[in-house]
Design a protein around this ligand. Structure first.
Ligand SMILES: NC(=O)c1ccc[n+]([C@@H]2O[C@H](COP(=O)([O-])OP(=O)(O)OC[C@H]3O[C@@H](n4cnc5c(N)ncnc54)[C@H](OP(=O)(O)O)[C@@H]3O)[C@@H](O)[C@H]2O)c1
Length: 307
Protein backbone atom coordinates (compact mmCIF):
# COMPACT_ATOMS: atom_id res chain seq x y z
CA UNK A 1 0.00 0.00 0.00
CA UNK A 2 1.17 3.53 -0.79
CA UNK A 3 0.41 6.34 1.65
CA UNK A 4 -0.48 9.97 1.10
CA UNK A 5 -0.17 12.87 3.53
CA UNK A 6 -3.36 13.90 5.31
CA UNK A 7 -3.50 17.65 4.72
CA UNK A 8 -0.90 19.55 6.74
CA UNK A 9 -1.04 17.08 9.63
CA UNK A 10 1.86 14.76 10.26
CA UNK A 11 -0.36 11.77 9.46
CA UNK A 12 -0.13 9.56 6.36
CA UNK A 13 -3.09 7.50 5.21
CA UNK A 14 -3.56 4.70 2.63
CA UNK A 15 -3.64 6.12 -0.91
CA UNK A 16 -6.81 4.15 -1.61
CA UNK A 17 -9.73 4.60 0.76
CA UNK A 18 -12.83 2.42 0.80
CA UNK A 19 -16.12 4.24 0.19
CA UNK A 20 -19.01 2.57 1.99
CA UNK A 21 -21.91 4.26 0.14
CA UNK A 22 -23.11 0.96 -1.34
CA UNK A 23 -22.33 -1.30 1.63
CA UNK A 24 -26.02 -2.04 2.17
CA UNK A 25 -25.82 -4.28 -0.95
CA UNK A 26 -23.98 -6.80 1.23
CA UNK A 27 -25.41 -8.88 4.04
CA UNK A 28 -23.61 -8.88 7.40
CA UNK A 29 -21.52 -11.93 6.58
CA UNK A 30 -20.45 -10.53 3.19
CA UNK A 31 -19.74 -7.09 4.65
CA UNK A 32 -17.70 -8.66 7.45
CA UNK A 33 -15.57 -10.54 4.92
CA UNK A 34 -15.25 -7.46 2.72
CA UNK A 35 -14.11 -5.13 5.52
CA UNK A 36 -11.67 -7.60 7.03
CA UNK A 37 -10.16 -8.41 3.62
CA UNK A 38 -9.66 -4.70 2.90
CA UNK A 39 -7.88 -4.27 6.23
CA UNK A 40 -5.73 -7.33 5.53
CA UNK A 41 -4.72 -5.72 2.19
CA UNK A 42 -3.80 -2.47 3.92
CA UNK A 43 -6.92 -0.50 2.93
CA UNK A 44 -7.75 0.73 6.42
CA UNK A 45 -9.40 4.08 5.55
CA UNK A 46 -13.21 3.86 5.40
CA UNK A 47 -15.46 6.64 4.12
CA UNK A 48 -19.08 6.94 5.26
CA UNK A 49 -21.83 9.55 5.36
CA UNK A 50 -24.69 9.71 7.82
CA UNK A 51 -27.15 9.74 4.91
CA UNK A 52 -25.85 6.76 2.91
CA UNK A 53 -28.93 4.60 2.43
CA UNK A 54 -30.62 6.26 5.38
CA UNK A 55 -27.85 5.22 7.79
CA UNK A 56 -27.95 1.54 6.76
CA UNK A 57 -24.31 1.50 5.60
CA UNK A 58 -23.03 2.93 8.88
CA UNK A 59 -25.27 0.52 10.84
CA UNK A 60 -23.87 -2.48 8.98
CA UNK A 61 -20.30 -1.29 9.50
CA UNK A 62 -21.07 -0.79 13.21
CA UNK A 63 -22.14 -4.42 13.47
CA UNK A 64 -18.79 -5.50 12.06
CA UNK A 65 -16.92 -3.30 14.54
CA UNK A 66 -19.04 -4.76 17.31
CA UNK A 67 -18.23 -8.33 16.19
CA UNK A 68 -14.45 -7.69 16.12
CA UNK A 69 -13.26 -5.55 19.02
CA UNK A 70 -9.72 -5.43 17.59
CA UNK A 71 -10.76 -3.64 14.35
CA UNK A 72 -11.55 -0.11 15.54
CA UNK A 73 -8.00 0.74 16.63
CA UNK A 74 -6.62 -0.38 13.28
CA UNK A 75 -8.79 1.69 10.97
CA UNK A 76 -9.32 5.35 10.06
CA UNK A 77 -13.04 6.08 10.17
CA UNK A 78 -14.46 9.04 8.25
CA UNK A 79 -18.04 10.20 7.98
CA UNK A 80 -19.82 13.21 6.48
CA UNK A 81 -22.67 15.37 7.65
CA UNK A 82 -24.85 18.26 6.54
CA UNK A 83 -27.28 16.76 4.02
CA UNK A 84 -30.56 16.93 5.88
CA UNK A 85 -33.10 14.41 4.60
CA UNK A 86 -35.52 14.58 7.52
CA UNK A 87 -38.26 16.08 5.35
CA UNK A 88 -37.39 17.52 1.92
CA UNK A 89 -33.67 17.39 1.05
CA UNK A 90 -31.87 20.53 2.26
CA UNK A 91 -28.31 21.34 3.28
CA UNK A 92 -27.85 22.19 6.93
CA UNK A 93 -24.62 23.33 8.63
CA UNK A 94 -26.32 24.63 11.77
CA UNK A 95 -24.46 23.81 14.97
CA UNK A 96 -27.23 21.62 16.34
CA UNK A 97 -27.63 19.68 13.09
CA UNK A 98 -23.88 19.00 12.69
CA UNK A 99 -23.69 17.74 16.27
CA UNK A 100 -26.80 15.58 15.93
CA UNK A 101 -25.44 14.06 12.69
CA UNK A 102 -22.20 13.06 14.39
CA UNK A 103 -24.03 11.61 17.38
CA UNK A 104 -26.18 9.54 14.99
CA UNK A 105 -23.11 8.31 13.10
CA UNK A 106 -21.31 7.34 16.31
CA UNK A 107 -24.34 5.41 17.50
CA UNK A 108 -24.77 3.54 14.21
CA UNK A 109 -21.04 2.88 13.83
CA UNK A 110 -20.88 1.73 17.47
CA UNK A 111 -17.78 3.78 18.17
CA UNK A 112 -16.93 6.66 20.49
CA UNK A 113 -15.16 8.81 17.89
CA UNK A 114 -14.74 9.58 14.19
CA UNK A 115 -11.19 10.03 12.96
CA UNK A 116 -12.43 12.51 10.36
CA UNK A 117 -15.63 14.47 9.82
CA UNK A 118 -16.38 16.12 6.45
CA UNK A 119 -19.03 18.72 5.66
CA UNK A 120 -20.72 16.86 2.80
CA UNK A 121 -21.93 19.63 0.43
CA UNK A 122 -21.77 23.42 0.77
CA UNK A 123 -24.74 24.95 2.60
CA UNK A 124 -25.77 28.28 1.01
CA UNK A 125 -26.94 29.44 4.46
CA UNK A 126 -23.70 28.49 6.24
CA UNK A 127 -22.83 30.54 9.34
CA UNK A 128 -19.14 29.72 9.73
CA UNK A 129 -19.18 30.84 13.38
CA UNK A 130 -21.72 28.06 14.08
CA UNK A 131 -19.65 25.49 12.24
CA UNK A 132 -16.66 26.57 14.34
CA UNK A 133 -18.66 26.11 17.56
CA UNK A 134 -19.87 22.69 16.45
CA UNK A 135 -16.34 21.54 15.52
CA UNK A 136 -14.94 22.84 18.82
CA UNK A 137 -17.56 20.98 20.84
CA UNK A 138 -17.02 17.77 18.85
CA UNK A 139 -13.24 18.04 19.19
CA UNK A 140 -13.11 18.86 22.90
CA UNK A 141 -15.54 16.04 23.70
CA UNK A 142 -13.25 13.64 21.79
CA UNK A 143 -16.01 12.72 19.32
CA UNK A 144 -14.12 13.93 16.23
CA UNK A 145 -10.33 14.04 15.85
CA UNK A 146 -9.93 15.76 12.44
CA UNK A 147 -12.04 17.85 10.08
CA UNK A 148 -12.43 18.42 6.34
CA UNK A 149 -14.95 19.28 3.65
CA UNK A 150 -16.39 17.76 0.51
CA UNK A 151 -17.40 19.45 -2.76
CA UNK A 152 -16.17 22.84 -1.52
CA UNK A 153 -14.64 25.66 -3.57
CA UNK A 154 -11.52 27.59 -2.48
CA UNK A 155 -13.63 30.57 -1.40
CA UNK A 156 -15.95 28.39 0.66
CA UNK A 157 -12.96 26.82 2.40
CA UNK A 158 -11.40 30.23 3.06
CA UNK A 159 -14.65 31.46 4.61
CA UNK A 160 -14.76 28.50 7.00
CA UNK A 161 -11.05 28.83 7.81
CA UNK A 162 -11.56 32.43 8.95
CA UNK A 163 -13.55 31.10 11.92
CA UNK A 164 -12.29 27.56 12.53
CA UNK A 165 -9.59 26.76 15.04
CA UNK A 166 -9.02 23.35 13.45
CA UNK A 167 -7.40 22.86 10.03
CA UNK A 168 -9.44 21.46 7.14
CA UNK A 169 -7.29 18.54 6.05
CA UNK A 170 -9.42 17.12 3.23
CA UNK A 171 -11.63 18.20 0.33
CA UNK A 172 -13.49 15.24 -1.19
CA UNK A 173 -14.26 16.02 -4.85
CA UNK A 174 -15.52 14.12 -7.87
CA UNK A 175 -12.58 13.02 -10.02
CA UNK A 176 -12.14 10.24 -12.55
CA UNK A 177 -10.38 10.13 -15.93
CA UNK A 178 -13.52 11.18 -17.87
CA UNK A 179 -14.58 13.61 -15.11
CA UNK A 180 -11.31 15.50 -14.71
CA UNK A 181 -12.45 19.11 -15.17
CA UNK A 182 -10.29 20.25 -12.26
CA UNK A 183 -7.21 19.14 -14.24
CA UNK A 184 -8.47 19.93 -17.75
CA UNK A 185 -9.36 23.58 -17.07
CA UNK A 186 -5.74 24.18 -16.11
CA UNK A 187 -4.50 22.59 -19.32
CA UNK A 188 -6.72 24.69 -21.59
CA UNK A 189 -6.41 27.94 -19.67
CA UNK A 190 -7.29 31.12 -21.56
CA UNK A 191 -8.74 29.30 -24.57
CA UNK A 192 -12.25 29.40 -25.99
CA UNK A 193 -12.60 25.62 -25.70
CA UNK A 194 -15.16 23.87 -23.47
CA UNK A 195 -12.35 22.40 -21.37
CA UNK A 196 -11.09 25.86 -20.45
CA UNK A 197 -14.23 26.57 -18.42
CA UNK A 198 -13.24 26.69 -14.79
CA UNK A 199 -16.13 25.48 -12.70
CA UNK A 200 -14.39 25.06 -9.36
CA UNK A 201 -12.39 28.22 -8.65
CA UNK A 202 -9.10 26.41 -9.37
CA UNK A 203 -9.69 24.03 -6.49
CA UNK A 204 -6.85 21.72 -7.52
CA UNK A 205 -4.15 24.38 -7.20
CA UNK A 206 -5.82 25.82 -4.10
CA UNK A 207 -5.63 22.42 -2.39
CA UNK A 208 -2.00 21.93 -3.40
CA UNK A 209 -0.97 25.39 -2.20
CA UNK A 210 -2.82 25.00 1.10
CA UNK A 211 -1.97 21.35 1.85
CA UNK A 212 -5.54 20.08 1.60
CA UNK A 213 -5.68 16.44 0.52
CA UNK A 214 -8.08 15.85 -2.36
CA UNK A 215 -10.07 12.64 -1.99
CA UNK A 216 -11.29 11.56 -5.45
CA UNK A 217 -14.86 10.28 -5.22
CA UNK A 218 -16.43 8.08 -7.93
CA UNK A 219 -13.01 7.39 -9.50
CA UNK A 220 -14.50 4.91 -12.00
CA UNK A 221 -17.58 6.86 -12.98
CA UNK A 222 -18.18 8.72 -16.25
CA UNK A 223 -20.45 11.70 -16.94
CA UNK A 224 -23.40 9.33 -17.51
CA UNK A 225 -22.97 8.16 -13.88
CA UNK A 226 -22.05 4.69 -15.15
CA UNK A 227 -18.71 2.94 -14.70
CA UNK A 228 -16.48 3.78 -17.70
CA UNK A 229 -14.39 0.60 -17.39
CA UNK A 230 -15.28 -1.71 -20.28
CA UNK A 231 -17.99 0.74 -21.35
CA UNK A 232 -18.12 0.99 -25.21
CA UNK A 233 -18.83 4.74 -24.95
CA UNK A 234 -15.15 5.08 -23.87
CA UNK A 235 -13.62 2.73 -26.43
CA UNK A 236 -10.30 4.51 -27.03
CA UNK A 237 -9.75 5.11 -23.32
CA UNK A 238 -10.48 1.49 -22.46
CA UNK A 239 -8.09 0.28 -25.19
CA UNK A 240 -5.23 2.36 -23.74
CA UNK A 241 -6.09 1.29 -20.18
CA UNK A 242 -6.06 -2.36 -21.25
CA UNK A 243 -2.74 -2.02 -23.09
CA UNK A 244 -1.10 -0.36 -20.08
CA UNK A 245 -2.71 -2.90 -17.74
CA UNK A 246 -1.00 -5.70 -19.67
CA UNK A 247 2.36 -3.94 -19.47
CA UNK A 248 2.08 -3.45 -15.72
CA UNK A 249 0.51 -6.88 -15.04
CA UNK A 250 -2.58 -5.35 -13.46
CA UNK A 251 -6.15 -4.60 -14.62
CA UNK A 252 -7.66 -1.52 -16.27
CA UNK A 253 -9.21 -0.54 -12.93
CA UNK A 254 -5.76 -0.40 -11.35
CA UNK A 255 -4.42 1.74 -14.20
CA UNK A 256 -7.41 4.10 -13.87
CA UNK A 257 -6.76 4.51 -10.14
CA UNK A 258 -3.01 4.84 -10.74
CA UNK A 259 -3.75 7.75 -13.12
CA UNK A 260 -5.20 9.69 -10.18
CA UNK A 261 -2.43 8.60 -7.80
CA UNK A 262 0.24 9.72 -10.31
CA UNK A 263 -0.89 13.33 -10.00
CA UNK A 264 1.64 15.18 -7.83
CA UNK A 265 -1.15 16.61 -5.64
CA UNK A 266 -0.87 13.30 -3.73
CA UNK A 267 -4.59 12.61 -3.81
CA UNK A 268 -6.41 9.77 -2.14
CA UNK A 269 -8.72 7.61 -4.29
CA UNK A 270 -12.05 6.66 -2.67
CA UNK A 271 -13.11 3.39 -4.27
CA UNK A 272 -16.79 2.48 -3.98
CA UNK A 273 -16.73 -1.10 -5.26
CA UNK A 274 -18.25 -3.65 -2.90
CA UNK A 275 -16.86 -6.51 -4.98
CA UNK A 276 -13.85 -8.19 -3.38
CA UNK A 277 -12.17 -9.13 -6.67
CA UNK A 278 -12.64 -5.62 -8.09
CA UNK A 279 -11.33 -4.09 -4.88
CA UNK A 280 -8.24 -6.27 -4.88
CA UNK A 281 -7.63 -5.26 -8.51
CA UNK A 282 -8.05 -1.57 -7.67
CA UNK A 283 -5.64 -1.79 -4.73
CA UNK A 284 -2.96 -3.04 -7.15
CA UNK A 285 -2.79 0.60 -8.32
CA UNK A 286 -0.44 1.18 -5.41
CA UNK A 287 2.06 -1.40 -6.68
CA UNK A 288 3.36 0.64 -9.63
CA UNK A 289 3.62 4.23 -10.86
CA UNK A 290 2.64 5.49 -14.31
CA UNK A 291 5.33 7.46 -16.08
CA UNK A 292 4.69 10.90 -17.62
CA UNK A 293 4.27 9.48 -21.13
CA UNK A 294 1.68 6.95 -19.95
CA UNK A 295 -0.24 9.53 -17.91
CA UNK A 296 -0.60 11.79 -20.96
CA UNK A 297 -1.47 8.86 -23.21
CA UNK A 298 -4.47 8.16 -20.96
CA UNK A 299 -5.35 11.86 -20.82
CA UNK A 300 -5.49 12.09 -24.61
CA UNK A 301 -7.34 8.78 -24.98
CA UNK A 302 -10.09 10.27 -22.79
CA UNK A 303 -10.61 12.85 -25.56
CA UNK A 304 -8.90 15.85 -23.93
CA UNK A 305 -6.75 18.08 -26.09
CA UNK A 306 -3.24 19.35 -25.56
CA UNK A 307 -3.44 22.86 -27.06
N1 LIG B 1 -18.56 13.35 -1.31
C1 LIG B 1 -19.49 13.06 -2.17
O1 LIG B 1 -20.33 13.89 -2.56
C2 LIG B 1 -19.54 11.67 -2.71
C3 LIG B 1 -20.43 11.34 -3.78
C4 LIG B 1 -20.43 10.03 -4.27
C5 LIG B 1 -19.57 9.08 -3.72
N2 LIG B 1 -18.75 9.41 -2.68
C6 LIG B 1 -17.81 8.42 -2.08
O2 LIG B 1 -17.04 7.86 -3.11
C7 LIG B 1 -17.13 6.43 -3.06
C8 LIG B 1 -16.98 5.86 -4.44
O3 LIG B 1 -18.03 6.33 -5.26
P1 LIG B 1 -18.82 5.39 -6.28
O4 LIG B 1 -19.13 4.11 -5.64
O5 LIG B 1 -19.90 6.23 -6.85
O6 LIG B 1 -17.79 5.25 -7.44
P2 LIG B 1 -16.70 4.24 -8.02
O7 LIG B 1 -15.72 3.81 -7.00
O8 LIG B 1 -16.20 5.03 -9.15
O9 LIG B 1 -17.52 2.95 -8.48
C9 LIG B 1 -18.44 3.03 -9.54
C10 LIG B 1 -18.76 1.67 -10.04
O10 LIG B 1 -17.61 1.14 -10.68
C11 LIG B 1 -17.69 -0.25 -10.59
N3 LIG B 1 -16.36 -0.87 -10.67
C12 LIG B 1 -15.29 -0.63 -9.91
N4 LIG B 1 -14.25 -1.41 -10.30
C13 LIG B 1 -14.70 -2.15 -11.32
C14 LIG B 1 -14.09 -3.13 -12.13
N5 LIG B 1 -12.83 -3.53 -11.94
N6 LIG B 1 -14.83 -3.69 -13.11
C15 LIG B 1 -16.11 -3.29 -13.27
N7 LIG B 1 -16.74 -2.39 -12.53
C16 LIG B 1 -16.04 -1.81 -11.56
C17 LIG B 1 -18.32 -0.54 -9.26
O11 LIG B 1 -19.10 -1.73 -9.34
P3 LIG B 1 -18.80 -3.02 -8.41
O12 LIG B 1 -19.33 -2.68 -7.05
O13 LIG B 1 -19.53 -4.10 -9.08
O14 LIG B 1 -17.32 -3.25 -8.41
C18 LIG B 1 -19.17 0.67 -8.97
O15 LIG B 1 -20.53 0.37 -9.13
C19 LIG B 1 -18.49 6.17 -2.39
O16 LIG B 1 -18.56 4.91 -1.78
C20 LIG B 1 -18.53 7.28 -1.37
O17 LIG B 1 -17.78 6.89 -0.23
C21 LIG B 1 -18.73 10.69 -2.20
Amino acid sequence: MKYVPLGNSNLSVPAIGIGCMRMNRLNVKQADRFVRSCIEWGATYFDHADMYKGGECERLFGQILQNHSDLRDNIFLQSKCGIDLRSDKIYNFSKSYIISCVEGSLQRLQTDHLDMLLLHRPDALVEPEEVAEAFEELYTSGKVLHFGVSNHSPGQIELLKKYLSHPLLVNQLQLSIPMAQMIVSGMEVNRLSEGAINRDGDVLNYCRINDVTIQAWSPFQGPDKKCFLGNPAFEELNQVLEDLAKEHHVTSAAVAAAWILRHPAKMQVVSGSMDLDHTKQILAATSFTLNRQEWYQIYKAAGYILP
